[in-house]
Design a protein around this ligand. Structure first.
Ligand code: NAP
Length: 285
């Protein structure tokens, strides 16, 4: 049976590190502060907001909730982002997406000051994932994948990694972060020919496609490390990943469960980014 790469030990280790850094910030009079900008009342956003509020509170990170009506105008939303940019007591900003379709999401994202962009939503932050220029932060989920692999001491240098999914939120940035760690990365997507064969040949597989339990034992081989980023609901309404955990667990060497895997590490990574942004603003880095 595969080793289960659970998120909780990673989250606990990160909490210890963050607590020490929050304490150091307190000594120079700084409370790391996250702004959450939410438009409307989407259940996904509300659920993530509750989780974020709980985690931030436990870590000593302050949160300002900026809630705007579903029908908010582009100008008013942009004004809210500018307020975040101009408020020196706010260190990081989480903007829930997708935004309602009447809004120009790209324009809103790119208005955010990159040094407050703790979830890699600006073009400047994303470019930095490619150039390593140190501007902004990588998308939190992509960064969380690396943190989890590092926590469990999975070697990346020289490893053959297959990333399934090529979105700007996960697939593309995680591939770049892995490349920066000297992995040999193959990116797969909906047009990849013979995907199961490509996946079987990897040392590490990262699945981020949003397809409930779509990848079964035919896609995996003995000894592999599997990171399942998917957050899906099956026909019965149960939370599940992209990988068919029950079928694949007996085959591979190690796998992240869903729930209980990458999701909680993503929230902690977001908080770690806020703390790092506060440290940078306070000149502590
Ligand atoms: P997305 O933007 O919809 O992208 C999905 C990707 O999967 C696309 O690149 C798509 O390929 C690929 N894909 C779709 N069908 C495929 C198939 N049959 N074979 C191979 N590849 C296929 O999704 P996303 O935003 O990246 O999210 C992916 C998953 O991660 C979702 O379940 C989401 O809920 C979850 N997620 C988790 C976290 C977390 O913290 N754990 C955070 C965010 C999202 P094409 O480009 O060819 O269409």
């Amino acid at each position: 049976m595969a080793e289960l790469l659970k998120g909780k030990p990673v989250v606990d280790a990160m909490a210890q590190d963050i607590a020490a850094r929050v304490e150091r910030l307190a000594q120079v009079g700084v409370v790391p502060t996250l702004a959450i900008v939410r438009v409307g009342e989407r259940p996904d956003d509300l659920s993530y907001e509750r989780t974020a509020l709980k985690r931030a509170d436990a870590l000593g990170i302050a949160v300002r909730q900026i809630v705007l009506d579903e029908a908010v105008s582009q100008a008013d939303l942009e004004r809210a982002i500018m307020q975040v940019n101009n408020d020196a007591t706010i260190h990081g900003c989480l903007l829930f997406r997708p935004l309602p379709t009447h809004l120009d999401e790209t324009a809103v994202c790119n208005l955010l000051a990159p040094h407050k962009d703790i979830d890699g939503i600006t073009n400047a932050s994303l470019a930095s994932v490619f150039t390593d220029a140190g501007v902004g932060f990588a998308p939190a989920t992509a960064a969380a994948v690396i943190r989890l692999l590092d926590h469990y001491e999975v070697p990346l240098n020289g490893a053959n990694v297959v990333v399934v999914g090529r979105s700007l939120v996960i697939g593309k940035p995680v591939a770049m972060l892995l490349l920066a760690r000297h992995a040999t990365v193959t990116m797969c997507h909906s047009r990849t020919a013979d995907l199961a064969r490509v996946m079987r040949e990897a040392d590490i597989v990262v699945c981020a496609t949003g397809r409930a339990r779509a990848y079964g034992e035919e896609c995996f081989s003995a000894g592999q490390v599997v990171v399942d980023v998917g957050i899906n609901f099956d026909a019965e309404g149960n939370l599940c990943g992209d990988v068919d955990l029950a079928a694949v667990e007996p085959v591979v060497g190690a796998i992240t469960p869903v729930p209980g895997g990458i999701g909680s590490v993503t929230t902690s990574t977001t908080m770690a980014h806020v703390v790092e942004a506060a440290e940078a603003a306070a000149g502590l880095l």
